[in-house]
Design a protein around this ligand. Structure first.
Ligand code: ACO
Ligand code: PYR
Ligand code: MG
Length: 343
């Protein structure tokens, strides 16, 4: 019974629940059946590119934009928002519209555009500028989304602006305030529902933690280990992952401090973030490394999965540890991430 429900609902491309099916006879228990039933309520996965590092490049700054093609970064955000002064917003819009296709020729990663926030009064002009060229960005980042209404507003505005251009645009939004964090689940649900009306046009694929604005909104005193942000970071990861979306961690603004950056990136990766925002080219390599499984971890995962295939039991011993389905799934996550990175 479970098998049939499954094969109609899981994502076949990423294989995230494949283990459930391949190990069906081994481990199906009432607990697992409950987990499977919950999983079937989730939206179908879209194939998501890895976004281990997401580099902001101010949208008006041609000198920095010209460098994008030479950077080995998973994801770039051409910025119309806080990286651009108010009197340069028009320049950023026109520059992005002008150069987007050219940059795409030299850059193989995900080339995003960050618009201004729904409540800024500037987002309409951003959307109009980026949809006018007919070459839509692969991903749009919507900052400071504080409510489900703002999410719906953006989706409807975007979809109606580009109605003649069928394209699967990823929408990633940013949580940057107390309201945004409080309403996170409703915001995601509103986005999924709005995109479900136009499944070939766009989908919600991730949440970014805008920690600088969040600190301003909550009057937080920042510390070097970011312990004051633990709750927000963990809530964002747990909520995004509950909807099978990516979660992208905070900016490390002290961009000359590579040790501090690595420590914060490792912390983020350990709590489940899929990537981290960066502001300077020097931050790319260390961050991408922190969000990639080490060789040792990849070897562990491969060997564990090999041992699992050979095992006739649901529980077995591997390298002195008790292994059952949760650890097998962790190994499978590592294998999948490596495949995505190497694509
Ligand atoms: C909280 C938020 O909203 S974060 C998002 C908004 N903020 C941003 O977008 C900031 C993006 N980053 C930057 O603007 C810059 O990195 C700064 C202002 C922090 C430092 O800039 P610089 O003083 O030029 O740094 P530095 O001299 O070390 O740069 C080295 C080279 O990398 C280039 N570079 C620096 N940052 C970037 C970037 N983000 N993208 C592309 N190239 C860059 C510089 O142009 C420079 O090359 P050049 O000498 O050929 O001009
Ligand atoms: C990145 C961003 O927008 C912030 O931290 O507020
Ligand atoms: Mg911000």
């Amino acid at each position: 019974m479970a098998w049939n429900i499954f094969s109609n609902t899981i994502c076949q491309s990423c294989g995230c629940f494949k283990l459930f099916t391949s190990s069906y006879t081994k481990v199906l228990s009432s607990k697992l059946t409950r987990n499977i039933s919950n999983a079937t309520k989730l939206p179908k996965h879209k194939i998501m590119p890895p976004r281990r590092a997401l580099l902001y490049v101010p949208g008006h700054d041609k000198r920095k934009i010209e460098k994008i093609g030479s950077l080995k970064v998973d994801c770039v955000a051409l910025d119309c928002e806080d990286g651009v002064a108010l009197d340069k917003k028009d320049l950023a819009r026109s520059t992005i519209a002008e150069v987007y296709s050219e940059v795409q020729k030299t850059f193989s990663g995900d080339l995003c555009v960050r618009i201004n926030s729904p409540s800024s009064g500037l987002a309409e002009m951003d959307i109009r500028a980026i949809t006018a060229t007919g070459n839509l960005p692969s991903t749009i980042i919507v900052p400071k989304v504080n409510s489900a209404d703002e999410m719906r507003w953006f989706c409807n505005e975007y979809i109606s602006s580009c109605k003649r251009v069928p394209l699967q645009t990823s929408i990633i939004f940013m949580t940057e305030s107390g309201q945004g964090l409080l309403n996170l689940k409703e915001i995601i649900e509103a986005g999924i529902a709005a995109c479900a009306q136009h499944p070939t046009r766009c989908h919600i694929s991730g949440v970014i933690f805008g920690s600088d604005d969040f600190c301003a909104d909550l009057e937080i005193n920042r510390t070097s280990d970011a312990s004051e942000l633990t709750y927000a970071r963990q809530k964002i990861v747990a909520t995004a992952k509950a909807f099978r979306m990516q979660a992208i961690d905070m900016v490390y603004i002290d961009y000359k401090d590579s040790e501090g950056l690595k420590k914060q990136a490792t912390d983020g990766a350990n709590i489940g973030f899929t990537g981290k925002q960066v502001i300077h080219p020097n931050q790319i390599a260390p961050v991408q490394e922190c969000f990639s499984p080490s060789e040792e971890k990849v070897k562990w995962a491969e060997e564990l999965l090999g041992a699992f295939e050979k095992s006739t039991e649901g529980v077995f011993t591997f390298r002195g540890q008790m292994i059952d389905m949760p650890t097998v799934l962790q190994a499978k996550n590592i294998k999948r991430l490596v495949e995505e990175i190497n694509k």
